[in-house]
Design a protein around this ligand. Structure first.
Ligand code: HEM
Length: 263
């Protein structure tokens, strides 16, 4: 079967992938594993958990209404920590490390959403991906601002020299520059303007950004590689899962097509 156990995926023309709850009857009326709902192509899941009663749906909605403000507050905690933590003898260094580390953590959290959603069937996780990605950009921006203001004192010539001279600054700078179009196109209006397919292709840059940030980390660490190694292992797991998923589905689609032409 083509869609033997896929997650519920809803792709609307000109808008980001969205979550809908398909009723059992709609699901059963679909022969090819998908249905059309008002211009949206709905690929239906075989997972019965997606069919909710009205009461369950209401409590799910309440949960999600609270979810975003809670995530927003949680996302600001690392910033607040900069004000109440002791910044030590070298506050600029502490700020650079803190903001860089949180930029990377939010980037990895953003990349965790898709595998976790596919493995658990928790499609609602998608609602939080954009905010996680924007927090990654926010901390990367603070990281860059710390470098710009306290390290280079707003000197563009010194920054250009540094970017060209030190490889870890070069890759960090590249990662930051690549994050800008992703943050700028994260709104619904931009997704509509670009079209879902082009938007998705652009946002695949996040994989390259992840690799660049890990390289940045390895290059700047002088002796103890244990911390960048942990982050590199997490990234390898997240990207490895995507590769495995892609090839598994490509193979199952191929065998389904071969099977249907054999008949
Ligand atoms: C304009 C771009 C960037 C510049 C100029 C820059 C610069 C720096 C500097 C100067 C350090 C400290 C190096 C040291 O202690 O010797 C650092 C560390 C770090 N940066 Fe960047 N960086 C940039 C982009 C990024 C981005 C986009 C991320 C992640 C999203 C990132 C993540 C990190 C991490 C994880 C560390 C190590 C923190 C630690 O040691 O605990 N950086 N960066």
């Amino acid at each position: 079967m083509l869609f033997s156990n896929p997650p519920l995926v809803v792709i609307c023309r000109g808008s980001p992938p969205r979550l809908f709850y398909a009723s059992l009857s709609a699901r059963h009326s679909s022969k090819a594993g998908y249905s059309i709902f008002g211009g949206a192509v709905v690929i239906l899941s075989a997972n019965p958990a997606i069919t909710l009663t009205p009461m369950q749906r209401r409590s799910t909605r309440d949960f999600h209404q609270l979810g975003k403000p809670i995530l927003f507050i949680l996302g600001l905690l690392p910033l607040a920590a900069l004000f109440w933590l002791n910044l030590g003898a070298n506050p600029v260094e502490t700020m650079t490390h803190h903001t860089g580390t949180w930029g990377l953590r939010f980037l990895l959290l953003t990349l965790t959403v898709t595998p976790l959603r596919r493995l658990s069937g928790w499609n609602w996780l998608l609602r939080y991906r954009r905010m996680l990605g924007l927090f990654a950009f926010f901390y990367a921006l603070l990281h860059f601002a710390t470098y710009l203001v306290f390290d280079q004192f707003f000197d563009p010539a010194a920054i250009a020299r540094d970017v060209l001279k030190r490889p870890y600054i070069t890759v960090g700078f590249l990662a930051f520059v690549l994050l800008i179009p992703l943050a700028a196109t994260s709104t619904n209006a931009m997704i509509r303007r670009l079209g879902a397919r082009r938007w998705q292709r652009l946002h695949r840059l996040v994989y390259a950004i992840g690799l660049l940030v890990i390289l940045h980390y390895f290059w700047l660490v002088k002796a103890d590689l244990s911390r960048p190694l942990v982050y590199a292992a997490v990234l390898a797991l997240l990207l490895g899962y995507r590769l495995w998923f892609y090839y598994r589905h490509k193979l199952s689609i191929c065998s389904a097509v071969i099977g249907s032409t054999d008949k």
